[in-house]
Design a binder for this molecule. Structure first.
Ligand code: AMP
Length: 368
């Protein structure tokens, strides 16, 4: 029987997984190099080590009955050393660690991605620049590996920008993907969980608003026609089945006309799923724990409209508990509040999305 859960990574996602697991009586061991990290603060034990330290990973293996991870860039040697207790396996990590592999896999599942071109060498870039002159368009060039929250992204408006990228920013040791800049009506996301028995459950679709490429707000239920909501749920189940998911998969989507285009996948609970902590019968973190422990999954029903507001390092007034009123504050225990750093979030629940948005506006303006 599973008593102790090991978590690779001690950030906020690990912390919220651990809090959900603790509520169910599990013990937690976390591996993270930072002392007093968000998950370390509430775990039974922290193994202080770098993520590529295979010996430390073996210590984690010996101290737990099952292991999960909170981030996609888990070293694959480490993941493979943990396979005996990693029901999620390393396959989804391999897919989501590289945007090119990820897009190929999404297409293999029969789903749409944006139009893209894989830049895997300097020669290929040179040819791409020549071809671009015949078909100039707005692009976003992203590093294939390691970028998040818009980091590692270059917006290309014209041939001058592309030449500048080639001369000043391009690193031949790195792979890139050049995506057509896509006009979309909305950004959506959907979180799906699946256990080893194949039981699958999808959370309600979130409508996401970004600022400076960082998630600002998630609005649930998303303001969409029913058939688009159904389509998003189908995309999630189709992907979960295609990759034989165990654990959690978050899918970021663009709504383009009446089509859904998959932008990005994350093999873990997602920032845009934080609304589930107060607005659904089961949170994404509890569901993730249920999935990796192969328990029956919980009910994902939405019990109230909700707007989730992210708190970044610069939003000092949103971290002040005196300001929070009746809303649901979640702080991650991060010691240093840097600009753009995710420090916590607030879930605002009300009878309607319009009422939630009014309350969110009041919170945002509470520092004036
Ligand atoms: P990503 O790191 O891929 O999630 O991108 C961060 C944000 O940049 C997304 O949430 C979108 O707002 C925007 N973005 C990313 N890719 C594209 C694209 N191909 N076209 C237009 N906007 C994009």
């Amino acid at each position: 029987m599973i008593q102790t859960i090991g978590i690779l990574g001690g950030g906020q996602l690990g912390r919220m997984m651990a809090l959900a697991a603790r509520a169910m009586g599990y013990k937690i061991v976390v591996l993270d190099p930072t002392p007093n990290c968000p998950c370390g603060q509430i775990a039974d034990k922290q193994i202080l080590a770098e993520f590529d330290d295979v010996d430390a990973a073996k210590e984690l293996l010996d101290s737990c009955d099952v292991i999960t991870y909170e981030f996609e860039n888990v070293n694959l040697n480490v993941a493979n050393a943990l396979l005996a207790k990693l029901p999620q396996t390393s396959r989804l990590l391999e897919i989501t660690q590289n945007r090119i592999v990820e897009k190929e896999e999404i297409r293999k599942a029969g789903l749409k991605t944006v139009e893209y071109f894989a830049i895997t060498s300097a020669d290929i870039l040179e040819q791409f620049v020549i071809d671009y002159k015949k078909n100039p368009r707005k692009l976003i060039i992203k590093t294939a590996q390691g970028g998040y929250d818009g980091k590692g992204q270059n917006v290309i408006n014209n041939i001058e920008d592309l030449s500048l990228f080639e001369k000043a920013n391009y690193n031949p040791k790195i792979q890139y993907v050049a995506e057509d800049f896509t006009k979309f009506e909305k950004e959506l996301s959907v979180v799906v969980c699946r256990n080893k028995n194949g039981e699958t459950s999808v959370f309600p679709v979130a409508e996401n608003i970004h600022k400076n490429q960082i998630l600002f707000q998630s609005i649930v239920p998303a303001r969409l026609p029913d058939d688009v909501e159904k389509m998003a749920v189908n995309v999630a189940t189709q992907l979960a089945t295609h990759i034989n998911l165990v654990g959690t998969l978050a899918i970021e989507l663009f709504l383009c006309g009446d089509k859904l285009v998959v932008n990005e996948l994350a093999p873990r609970p997602h920032n845009s799923g934080h609304y589930t902590m107060n607005a659904c019968i089961t949170s994404q973190f509890e569901q993730h724990i249920r999935a990796v422990c192969n328990l029956k999954l919980g009910d994902t029903k939405l019990v109230s409209p909700c707007v989730m507001l992210n708190i970044l390092g610069e939003d000092k007034h949103l971290m002040n508990r005196e300001n929070i009123g009746k809303h649901k504050l979640h702080l991650y225990g991060k010691v240093e509040a840097k600009n753009g750093r995710k420090m916590g979030h607030i879930n605002v629940l009300a009878d309607s999305i319009d009422k939630c948005l009014i309350e969110v506006e009041k919170l945002i303006n509470s520092n004036q």
